[in-house]
Ligand binder design. Structure first.
Ligand code: PGA
Length: 249
């Protein structure tokens, strides 16, 4: 049985964007009606979330890029999932490779954050992916499988969980895996999801991320079990992001 999955075109602004950049979000939101075949999400820096929600005018979703596992408390500089929700976010990325590398986030930490997202009523976008060394050592599926089984939140459903496969070596480098390689990993993730989440695994969205651009989006988004994109650099301007999302017009 083939199940129809509504794709998600998501942008991750990382540590980029100031108030002037809200015009890009407004422009993306204005064009969202034309992207009828997918949901659209932008994850700006936390400083812009509330204003981005206003600029989005309900036409696209706004998300955070990380959250703390706890709801509140003495954690200077951190932001809870509840606070993101209060600012109007509907999603939060957890376990992005830059968080795993820069902040030493383990799978257990990522799972706690994903569970915090669910507790707060946010959709958790759990990111997984192998490094170049791991790929060259033939460990890609083992690494991705390990990350999935150890970082997916308890209580996940197709409504509150999205998985993003982002090979670390493809992020910000202009390099991408071949469509065959993407198909292999996404097919593997689908089988693992069905195994781990018997009810939801067949319909949880699996995004591909890592150097997605207008020029390669159609090819990558056409791969089986690719249910959307997580876009970094090319999500910073409405022109480039819409060039990608237009795959889903
Ligand atoms: P990139 O980043 O599109 O700039 O490669 C993707 C990501 O890290 O989410």
């Amino acid at each position: 049985m083939t199940v129809k999955i509504r794709p998600l075109a998501a942008g991750n602004w990382k540590m980029n964007g100031v108030t002037a950049s809200l015009a890009e979000i407004a422009a993306i939101a204005e064009s969202a009606a034309g992207i009828g075949g997918a949901d659209v999400l932008i994850c700006p820096p936390a400083t812009l979330i509330a204003q981005a929600v206003a600029a989005a005018a309900g036409r696209i979703a706004i998300g955070g890029q990380d959250c703390h596992a706890k709801a509140s408390g003495a954690h200077t500089g951190d932001i809870s999932a509840e606070q993101l929700r209060d600012a109007g976010a509907g999603f939060v990325l957890v376990g992005h490779s830059e968080r795993r590398a820069d902040h030493g986030e383990s799978d257990a930490v990522v799972r706690a954050k994903a569970e915090a997202a669910l507790r707060a009523g946010l959709v958790a976008v759990v990111c997984v992916g192998e490094t170049n060394l791991q790929r060259e050592a033939g460990q890609t599926l083992a690494v991705v499988g390990g990350q999935l089984s150890a970082s997916l939140p308890h209580g996940a459903t197709a409504q509150n969980l999205v998985v993003a496969y982002e090979p670390v070596w493809a992020i910000g480098t202009g390099l991408t895996p071949t469509p065959e390689d993407v198909a292999e990993v996404h097919g593997f993730i689908r089988r693992e999801l069905v195994d781990l989440l018997p009810e939801a695994g067949a319909v949880v969205r699996i995004l591909y991320g890592g150097s997605v651009k207008p020029s390669n989006a159609a090819e990558l988004m056409a791969v089986e079990n690719v249910n959307g994109a997580l876009v970094g650099g090319a999500s910073l301007t409405a022109k480039d992001f819409l060039g990608i999302a237009s795959v889903y017009e």
